[in-house]
Design a protein around this ligand. Structure first.
Ligand code: C2O
Ligand code: CU
Ligand code: CU
Length: 453
C-alpha cells in the first residue's frame, strides 16, 4: 500500500522520454486566403465567440500587391467590426468604431495589400466592446508575404509557429467569461495562467534545426518579457512592421499588448528529450497588496519538448534583412500624454468621442510625436493607418531596443516612460485612431480620432 502511494507522484525517473501529455498541444490555426473569404463572427455553446467556428480565428494570408476581399458576417448578439491591426488600408476599410455593424448585418472590405511582409492581426473594434469580444475569443493572425522576405528562405510549413499569447483564469470554465472588476478597469485585466492559441498551458514538440516563431501579445494588459528557460539567446528578425533592418541577438524581449515579434530559434544543440520553457521573466511594476496575478510576475508560456528527430538549420542570415528608409526632418511636433484615474483613461486630458476629430495630420508629412506616460501603469500606444519609427525612450527603461528598430505600429511605454517616434501617413486620407492597446484603457477613454487630410 505504502509503495503504491509513493510511486504516484513520480511515474518517470527522468531518464525516459518526456511526456508531453501533461500539457495540451499548441494548435495552429487554419488558413484563409485574403483574396475572397468570409469571416463569420458567432457565439458558441461554451459562451465563447469565434470567427468561422474557430479560436483563434483563421490565419489570413496574403501577398503584397494583392487585393483583399473579405466579408464580415455578424452573427453575434452585439455590434462588431473587424480592424486589421498593422495593415495600411483606406479609412473606410480600417474597422473604425463608427463603422460597427449591428447584429445580423454584414460588411464588405476591399483593399489592396500595400505594405511589406509582416505579422499583423485582426480583432473587433466596436466602441467599448473590444475587450469583451477579444476576451471571448475573437482575434486572429493576418500574415503578409513579399519577395524581400522570400529571399531569406525563412523556416516555413511545420517550422513556422504562430503563437497568440493571452493570460486568463486558470479555470477553463471561467477563462472566457468577461466580468471585469474595478481593479481590472483600472489596470486592465490581468490573470495568472498563460494561454497560447486559446489553449491553456500549451506544449510544442520540436525537432533539431531552425524554427520561426511569430508571437502576438493579444492579452488585455499583460506585458511579457520573453526568454528561454535555458538562457539561449533569441534571434529577433522582425517586429510589428515586418523584418528588422538586421537581426538582433538578445536574451529577452519585452512584448506589450498588440505588439508582435518574429524569432528564429534553433534546437540543433538542444539534447533530445530536453524540455525547455518559453517564459515571461519577472520585472518590477507597481502592484497593489493582495493582487493575485500582478503585472511583472514570472509566467511559463509555452513548453518546448525536443524530440529525437533532426532538421535543417537553413542558410545563414544575411547581415541586412530588410531595407528600411529612415524618416527624417519632421515638419511638426505633437505630444500625447497618457493618464489614468480609476476606470477613466485619458489622452491629453480627453476621453474618446467617436464624433470629435482630435488631431489633423497632412498626408505625407513627417512629424515627431512624443508619447508621455504619466502613470505607474504600462501603456502600449498604437496608431492606425501607418507605421512609425521609434527614436528615443527616456525614463523607465531609458533605451530603444534593437528589436524596436524598423517599422512599428505599437510601442510599449512602461511607467513614467516617454517615447519619441517619427511618423508619416503616406497612403490614405481619412479617419484613423491613436489609442492605448490595453483593452480596458481603450474601451474606457484612452483613444483619439486622427484625421489625415
Ligand atoms: Cu489592435 Cu485599434 O487596434
Ligand atoms: Cu490597429
Ligand atoms: Cu493604457
Amino acid at each position: 500500500m505504502a509503495g503504491a502511494g509513493l510511486s504516484l507522484g513520480s511515474c518517470s525517473d527522468g531518464s525516459g522520454p518526456p511526456d508531453p501529455s501533461a500539457r495540451a498541444a499548441l494548435p495552429q490555426p487554419a488558413t484563409l486566403l485574403a483574396g475572397g473569404a468570409s469571416l463569420v463572427a458567432a457565439g458558441a455553446a461554451s459562451g465563447m465567440l469565434r470567427y468561422n467556428g474557430v479560436a483563434p480565428g483563421p490565419t489570413i494570408r496574403a501577398r503584397r500587391g494583392e487585393q483583399a476581399h473579405l466579408r464580415l458576417i455578424n452573427q453575434l448578439s452585439d455590434a462588431t467590426i473587424v480592424h486589421w491591426h498593422g495593415l495600411i488600408v483606406p479609412s473606410h476599410a480600417d474597422g473604425h468604431p463608427r463603422d460597427a455593424i449591428p447584429a445580423g448585418a454584414s460588411f464588405d472590405y476591399a483593399y489592396p495589400l500595400v505594405q511589406r511582409a509582416g505579422t499583423f492581426w485582426y480583432h473587433p473594434h466596436a466602441h467599448q466592446e473590444t475587450a469583451s469580444q477579444v476576451h471571448r475569443g475573437l482575434a486572429g493572425f493576418f500574415l503578409v508575404g513579399d519577395g524581400e522576405e522570400d529571399a531569406l528562405a525563412l523556416p516555413s510549413g511545420p517550422r513556422e509557429i504562430l503563437l497568440l499569447l493571452q493570460d486568463r483564469d486558470d479555470d477553463p470554465s471561467s477563462a472566457f467569461m468577461y466580468a471585469p472588476t474595478a481593479g481590472d478597469l483600472h489596470r486592465g485585466l490581468l490573470r495568472g495562467t498563460a494561454y497560447g492559441n486559446v489553449v491553456r498551458q500549451p506544449t510544442l514538440t520540436v525537432s533539431g534545426g531552425r524554427y520561426r516563431f511569430r508571437i502576438l501579445n493579444a492579452s488585455h494588459a499583460r506585458v511579457y518579457r520573453l526568454a528561454l528557460s535555458n538562457g539561449t539567446a533569441l534571434t529577433v528578425i522582425g517586429n510589428d512592421g515586418g523584418l528588422l533592418p538586421a537581426a538582433a541577438q538578445v536574451n529577452d524581449v519585452w512584448l506589450g499588448v498588440g505588439e508582435r515579434i518574429d524569432l528564429l530559434l534553433d534546437f540543433t544543440n538542444v539534447a533530445p528529450n530536453t524540455r525547455l520553457m518559453l517564459q515571461s521573466l519577472t520585472f518590477d511594476a507597481p502592484a497593489e497588496a493582495g493582487e493575485a496575478a500582478p503585472q511583472g510576475m514570472a509566467m511559463d508560456l509555452l513548453e518546448l519538448v525536443r524530440s529525437g528527430a533532426n532538421g535543417a538549420s537553413g542558410p545563414a542570415l544575411p547581415a541586412a534583412l530588410s531595407d528600411v528608409t529612415p524618416l527624417a526632418a519632421p515638419a511638426a511636433e505633437r505630444t500625447f500624454a497618457f493618464s489614468s484615474q480609476g476606470d477613466v483613461h485619458r489622452i491629453n486630458g480627453l476621453t474618446f468621442d467617436i464624433d470629435r476629430v482630435d488631431v489633423s495630420v497632412p498626408l505625407g508629412q513627417v512629424e515627431r510625436w512624443t508619447f508621455r506616460n504619466e502613470t505607474d501603469l504600462p501603456h502600449p500606444v498604437h496608431v492606425h493607418g501607418t507605421h512609425f519609427q521609434v527614436q528615443t525612450r527616456s525614463g523607465g527603461r531609458n533605451t530603444v531596443y534593437e528589436y524596436e528598430r524598423g517599422w512599428k505600429d505599437t510601442v510599449l511605454l512602461m511607467p513614467l516612460e516617454t517615447v519619441d517616434v517619427l511618423i508619416r501617413f503616406a497612403e490614405y486620407r481619412g479617419l484613423f485612431l491613436i489609442h492605448c492597446h490595453n483593452l480596458e484603457h481603450e474601451d474606457h477613454g484612452m483613444m483619439l480620432n486622427v484625421e489625415v487630410t
